[in-house]
Design a protein around this ligand. Sequence first.
Ligand SMILES: *[C@@H]1O[C@H](CO)[C@@H](O)[C@H](O)[C@H]1NC(C)=O
Ligand SMILES: *[C@@H]1O[C@H](CO)[C@@H](O)[C@H](O)[C@H]1NC(C)=O
Length: 156
Amino acid sequence: MRRDVVLLAVCAAVLCVCDGVTFGRLCSGNSANSRRVTDIWGNGKYGASRGSRGHEGLDIVCSDGSIVYAPFDVTLHGKLTVYSNASTKTAINRGIKLRGEGLCFKLFYVQPDQTSGSVQKGRRLGVMLPMQTVYPGITSHVHVQMCNRTDPTPYF
Ligand SMILES: *[C@@H]1O[C@H](CO)[C@@H](O)[C@H](O)[C@H]1NC(C)=O
Ligand SMILES: *[C@@H]1O[C@H](CO)[C@@H](O)[C@H](O)[C@H]1NC(C)=O
């Protein structure tokens, strides 16, 4: 093959990788970012049924108490509450808003170590909250939601 053709092919492959942002590992014990499939409480995919609404995020498997990591270099933009009426769910009613790789997204059910500044890819963001105490038998998970509520699945 001609040298310039080979170079072109290599460049195209590299551009292709750079173009699509992919989340790195979010949770210890789940290096593949495995997704929550159907359990007794529902399904973890984007758009899955949640009563009258659709599921607005993607659920990544994460055991209670696991370490949650930055999926790429991120900046932190404050803690958040998941439920407006959390009377029975206070144990898991926390999360954090982040930006990185041009994306704005939220992680639910995580107790953040810090809520401002920046965290490098693979460094610790916080701890997975005790989801089993609120939803017994669920596949415990981090809920990933884009700030504009579009589908995060293409980034996994
Ligand atoms: C919050 O939830 C509790 C338990 O489900 C319920 O009793 C209460 O009325 C709710 N409060 C509001 C303001 O919706
Ligand atoms: C939603 O946010 C994502 C990432 O932050 C961005 O790439 C996308 O263009 C946004 N879509 C709309 C419809 O605003």
